[in-house]
Design a protein around this ligand. Structure first.
Ligand SMILES: [Fe+2]
Length: 210
Protein backbone atom coordinates (compact mmCIF):
# COMPACT_ATOMS: atom_id res chain seq x y z
CA UNK A 1 0.00 0.00 0.00
CA UNK A 2 1.01 3.57 -0.45
CA UNK A 3 2.64 5.62 2.29
CA UNK A 4 0.13 8.43 2.10
CA UNK A 5 -2.63 6.12 3.35
CA UNK A 6 -0.80 5.69 6.62
CA UNK A 7 -0.31 9.37 7.39
CA UNK A 8 -3.92 10.22 6.80
CA UNK A 9 -3.64 12.62 3.87
CA UNK A 10 -5.73 10.29 1.76
CA UNK A 11 -8.57 7.88 2.62
CA UNK A 12 -8.38 4.16 2.06
CA UNK A 13 -10.04 2.72 -1.04
CA UNK A 14 -12.83 1.38 1.21
CA UNK A 15 -13.55 4.82 2.67
CA UNK A 16 -13.41 6.42 -0.78
CA UNK A 17 -16.00 3.89 -2.01
CA UNK A 18 -18.16 4.69 1.00
CA UNK A 19 -17.98 8.43 0.28
CA UNK A 20 -19.11 7.78 -3.29
CA UNK A 21 -21.92 5.44 -2.23
CA UNK A 22 -23.18 8.00 0.29
CA UNK A 23 -22.84 10.73 -2.32
CA UNK A 24 -24.87 8.71 -4.79
CA UNK A 25 -27.69 8.42 -2.25
CA UNK A 26 -27.57 12.12 -1.33
CA UNK A 27 -27.46 13.30 -4.94
CA UNK A 28 -28.10 10.46 -7.41
CA UNK A 29 -26.69 11.06 -10.87
CA UNK A 30 -24.20 10.05 -13.55
CA UNK A 31 -21.41 11.82 -11.64
CA UNK A 32 -20.92 8.71 -9.48
CA UNK A 33 -20.21 6.38 -12.41
CA UNK A 34 -18.12 9.09 -14.08
CA UNK A 35 -16.04 9.37 -10.90
CA UNK A 36 -15.43 5.61 -10.82
CA UNK A 37 -14.20 5.70 -14.42
CA UNK A 38 -11.97 8.71 -13.76
CA UNK A 39 -10.44 6.75 -10.89
CA UNK A 40 -9.97 3.65 -13.02
CA UNK A 41 -8.36 5.61 -15.87
CA UNK A 42 -6.01 7.33 -13.42
CA UNK A 43 -5.03 3.97 -11.95
CA UNK A 44 -4.38 2.42 -15.39
CA UNK A 45 -2.27 5.35 -16.58
CA UNK A 46 -0.36 5.55 -13.26
CA UNK A 47 0.51 1.84 -13.54
CA UNK A 48 2.40 2.74 -16.70
CA UNK A 49 4.17 5.87 -15.38
CA UNK A 50 7.18 5.74 -13.17
CA UNK A 51 6.83 7.75 -9.97
CA UNK A 52 3.04 7.59 -9.76
CA UNK A 53 1.22 5.38 -7.27
CA UNK A 54 -1.78 3.65 -8.92
CA UNK A 55 -3.66 3.33 -5.59
CA UNK A 56 -3.37 7.04 -4.90
CA UNK A 57 -4.34 7.83 -8.49
CA UNK A 58 -7.46 5.63 -8.21
CA UNK A 59 -8.62 7.27 -4.97
CA UNK A 60 -7.97 10.82 -6.22
CA UNK A 61 -9.95 10.11 -9.37
CA UNK A 62 -12.85 8.56 -7.46
CA UNK A 63 -13.15 11.60 -5.19
CA UNK A 64 -12.50 14.51 -7.58
CA UNK A 65 -16.23 15.33 -7.91
CA UNK A 66 -17.25 14.35 -4.37
CA UNK A 67 -18.57 17.88 -3.81
CA UNK A 68 -21.57 16.80 -5.87
CA UNK A 69 -22.80 14.91 -2.80
CA UNK A 70 -24.15 18.27 -1.60
CA UNK A 71 -26.58 18.64 -4.49
CA UNK A 72 -26.90 19.68 -8.10
CA UNK A 73 -24.44 22.56 -8.38
CA UNK A 74 -22.17 24.06 -10.94
CA UNK A 75 -18.61 25.11 -10.05
CA UNK A 76 -19.36 25.14 -6.37
CA UNK A 77 -18.97 21.36 -6.42
CA UNK A 78 -15.21 21.97 -6.43
CA UNK A 79 -15.18 24.07 -3.25
CA UNK A 80 -17.77 21.82 -1.56
CA UNK A 81 -15.57 18.79 -2.26
CA UNK A 82 -12.48 20.62 -1.04
CA UNK A 83 -14.15 21.61 2.27
CA UNK A 84 -15.65 18.14 2.77
CA UNK A 85 -12.35 16.28 2.35
CA UNK A 86 -10.27 18.87 4.18
CA UNK A 87 -12.61 18.61 7.18
CA UNK A 88 -11.56 14.95 7.33
CA UNK A 89 -7.87 15.81 7.01
CA UNK A 90 -7.53 14.51 3.45
CA UNK A 91 -5.46 17.30 1.99
CA UNK A 92 -4.37 15.75 -1.29
CA UNK A 93 -7.80 14.67 -2.56
CA UNK A 94 -9.24 17.97 -1.25
CA UNK A 95 -6.77 19.84 -3.41
CA UNK A 96 -7.71 17.73 -6.45
CA UNK A 97 -11.36 18.74 -5.98
CA UNK A 98 -10.26 22.24 -6.95
CA UNK A 99 -7.35 21.67 -9.33
CA UNK A 100 -9.11 19.11 -11.56
CA UNK A 101 -11.11 21.91 -13.18
CA UNK A 102 -8.04 23.90 -14.20
CA UNK A 103 -5.86 22.20 -16.81
CA UNK A 104 -5.58 25.80 -17.99
CA UNK A 105 -4.53 27.72 -14.92
CA UNK A 106 -7.03 30.56 -14.92
CA UNK A 107 -10.00 30.82 -12.57
CA UNK A 108 -12.23 31.97 -15.43
CA UNK A 109 -11.42 29.01 -17.67
CA UNK A 110 -14.38 26.96 -16.48
CA UNK A 111 -17.25 25.23 -18.16
CA UNK A 112 -20.37 26.54 -16.48
CA UNK A 113 -20.73 29.17 -13.77
CA UNK A 114 -19.37 30.18 -10.40
CA UNK A 115 -22.37 29.53 -8.15
CA UNK A 116 -20.56 30.45 -4.95
CA UNK A 117 -19.91 33.56 -2.88
CA UNK A 118 -17.40 36.22 -3.90
CA UNK A 119 -15.15 35.13 -1.01
CA UNK A 120 -15.23 31.52 -2.18
CA UNK A 121 -14.44 32.57 -5.75
CA UNK A 122 -11.48 34.60 -4.49
CA UNK A 123 -10.33 31.65 -2.41
CA UNK A 124 -10.32 29.36 -5.47
CA UNK A 125 -8.59 32.01 -7.57
CA UNK A 126 -5.83 32.36 -5.00
CA UNK A 127 -5.63 28.59 -4.45
CA UNK A 128 -4.95 27.78 -8.08
CA UNK A 129 -2.55 30.71 -8.43
CA UNK A 130 -0.35 29.65 -5.52
CA UNK A 131 -0.58 25.87 -6.01
CA UNK A 132 2.16 24.31 -8.06
CA UNK A 133 0.39 21.54 -9.96
CA UNK A 134 2.05 18.15 -9.88
CA UNK A 135 1.50 14.98 -11.89
CA UNK A 136 -1.48 13.93 -9.74
CA UNK A 137 -3.24 17.23 -10.47
CA UNK A 138 -2.46 16.80 -14.17
CA UNK A 139 -3.47 13.13 -14.19
CA UNK A 140 -6.97 13.83 -12.84
CA UNK A 141 -7.37 16.83 -15.17
CA UNK A 142 -6.62 14.44 -18.02
CA UNK A 143 -8.81 11.58 -16.84
CA UNK A 144 -11.75 13.91 -16.22
CA UNK A 145 -11.59 14.61 -19.95
CA UNK A 146 -11.82 10.99 -21.06
CA UNK A 147 -14.37 9.36 -18.76
CA UNK A 148 -18.06 9.34 -19.59
CA UNK A 149 -20.50 7.85 -17.05
CA UNK A 150 -20.51 4.62 -19.07
CA UNK A 151 -16.84 4.25 -19.82
CA UNK A 152 -13.74 5.68 -21.45
CA UNK A 153 -13.88 7.52 -24.75
CA UNK A 154 -11.82 9.65 -27.10
CA UNK A 155 -11.09 12.93 -25.24
CA UNK A 156 -12.43 14.98 -28.11
CA UNK A 157 -15.85 13.36 -27.67
CA UNK A 158 -15.98 14.09 -23.95
CA UNK A 159 -14.83 17.69 -24.54
CA UNK A 160 -17.65 18.29 -27.01
CA UNK A 161 -20.08 16.56 -24.63
CA UNK A 162 -19.10 19.00 -21.84
CA UNK A 163 -19.20 22.01 -24.20
CA UNK A 164 -22.69 21.08 -25.40
CA UNK A 165 -23.96 20.78 -21.82
CA UNK A 166 -22.25 23.83 -20.31
CA UNK A 167 -21.46 26.08 -23.27
CA UNK A 168 -18.12 27.55 -24.25
CA UNK A 169 -16.30 30.79 -23.53
CA UNK A 170 -13.16 32.63 -24.65
CA UNK A 171 -10.99 30.21 -22.64
CA UNK A 172 -12.33 27.00 -24.15
CA UNK A 173 -9.75 26.55 -26.91
CA UNK A 174 -6.87 27.34 -24.53
CA UNK A 175 -8.29 24.82 -22.08
CA UNK A 176 -8.53 22.15 -24.78
CA UNK A 177 -4.95 22.87 -25.85
CA UNK A 178 -3.83 22.53 -22.23
CA UNK A 179 -5.53 19.13 -21.97
CA UNK A 180 -3.82 17.94 -25.17
CA UNK A 181 -0.49 19.05 -23.71
CA UNK A 182 -1.20 17.01 -20.60
CA UNK A 183 -2.07 14.02 -22.79
CA UNK A 184 1.29 14.43 -24.56
CA UNK A 185 3.09 14.65 -21.22
CA UNK A 186 1.65 11.36 -19.99
CA UNK A 187 2.08 9.58 -23.32
CA UNK A 188 5.77 10.52 -23.25
CA UNK A 189 5.91 9.18 -19.71
CA UNK A 190 4.14 5.94 -20.75
CA UNK A 191 5.99 5.55 -24.03
CA UNK A 192 2.70 4.73 -25.76
CA UNK A 193 -0.80 6.01 -26.48
CA UNK A 194 -2.88 6.41 -23.35
CA UNK A 195 -5.73 4.73 -25.22
CA UNK A 196 -3.66 1.55 -25.35
CA UNK A 197 -4.30 1.04 -21.62
CA UNK A 198 -7.98 2.05 -21.53
CA UNK A 199 -10.48 -0.68 -22.44
CA UNK A 200 -13.64 0.04 -24.43
CA UNK A 201 -12.61 3.36 -25.98
CA UNK A 202 -13.57 2.41 -29.53
CA UNK A 203 -16.94 0.94 -28.44
CA UNK A 204 -17.83 3.98 -26.30
CA UNK A 205 -16.61 6.60 -28.75
CA UNK A 206 -18.51 5.19 -31.68
CA UNK A 207 -21.53 3.80 -29.76
CA UNK A 208 -20.82 0.28 -31.01
CA UNK A 209 -22.67 -1.26 -28.05
CA UNK A 210 -26.04 0.45 -28.65
FE1 LIG B 1 -15.37 15.04 -13.24
Amino acid sequence: MNNLNTNNHIPSIEEAKLFLEEGGKLNPGPWVEHSLYVGKAAELIAENCEGLNPNIALILGMLHDIGRRFGVTNMRHSIDGYNFLLSKGYELPARICITHSFPYKDVNSIFGEWDCSHEEFKFVENFINVTEFDDYDRLIQLCDALALPDGFCLMEKRMVDVALRHGTNEYTVDKWKAIFNIEKHFEECMGKSLYSVLPGVIENTFNLCL
